[in-house]
Design a protein around this ligand. Structure first.
Ligand code: C5P
Length: 220
């Protein structure tokens, strides 16, 4: 640990889904496995970085050699990221829930026998990537976001890069037919100020190694 081109650099990585409670036993989630974020954290640590790995409830175990901060909700994740800063780079691979339930019940919701249905109310979650990318002071030198798209990947990801204010967007096509979400491989396009780099379909570990090497190229 600590040897390599990223020696002495601190990188915050978010990963996994978030869970947004409905009541003590139910929640809203998404199909993110955390596999790509985990592989990226491992690859950064392999290059010598000190990695703070802020993870929602993922279905793969966290990597070795990183500081793991386990969170549940988007708001927990934002607080954990803020607590982990300052950092040289932030890589936001988490699939953060866009909305949380504002009328979550304190005890398990029950059918009341009348057939009346519960009504969930929602509020928008904070955008962790946008907040970090737009920090007035202490912004990480490199802020990397992800874009899971199902169509027009480059156009949507390029717009997202501008909207969020991040340096790079790692865009991927998560159409069900690709098998990427929850799968072992990923086909990504890296959107930077200079344009779009289309990478071939690769194992998630190899995508992670290439991305970590590119990050080292900026920070080293
Ligand atoms: O807007 P969208 O969810 O498509 O953006 C995806 C990118 O933004 C990912 O990098 C994700 O980790 C980040 N994000 C975030 N906080 C949110 C929503 C998305 O950090 N509330």
């Amino acid at each position: 640990l600590g040897e390599g081109p990223l020696k002495g650099r601190h990188v915050v990585v978010t990963s996994g889904p978030t869970h947004e409670p409905i009541d003590p036993v139910r929640y809203i989630a998404n199909r993110s496995s955390g596999a790509q974020g985990t592989a990226i954290a491992a690859a950064l640590a392999d290059l010598g970085a000190r990695v703070t790995f802020v993870t929602g409830p993922a279905s793969v175990p966290p990597p070795q050699g990183v500081s793991v901060v386990a969170v549940e909700t988007a708001r927990d994740m934002l607080a954990a990221v803020q607590a982990a800063l300052p950092a040289d780079a932030a890589v936001m691979a988490a699939a953060v829930a866009d909305w949380r339930v504002t009328n979550a019940a304190g005890s398990k919701m029950k059918k009341d026998g009348t057939g009346r249905l519960p009504a969930l109310e929602f509020a928008e979650n904070p955008d962790i990537l946008a907040q970090v990318a737009q920090m007035a002071e202490g912004r990480p030198r490199l802020v990397v976001g992800f874009a899971a798209e199902t169509d027009d990947v480059i156009a949507h990801a390029t717009a997202k890069r501008a909207r969020k204010g991040c340096d790079w967007i790692v865009a991927n096509d998560v159409s069900p037919a690709t098998g990427i979400m929850g799968g072992a491989e990923n086909a990504v396009t890296i959107i930077t100020a200079g344009g779009a780099d289309v990478w071939p379909r690769l194992p998630k570990a190899e995508v992670a190694r290439r991305l970590a090497a590119r990050i080292a190229g900026v920070l080293a």
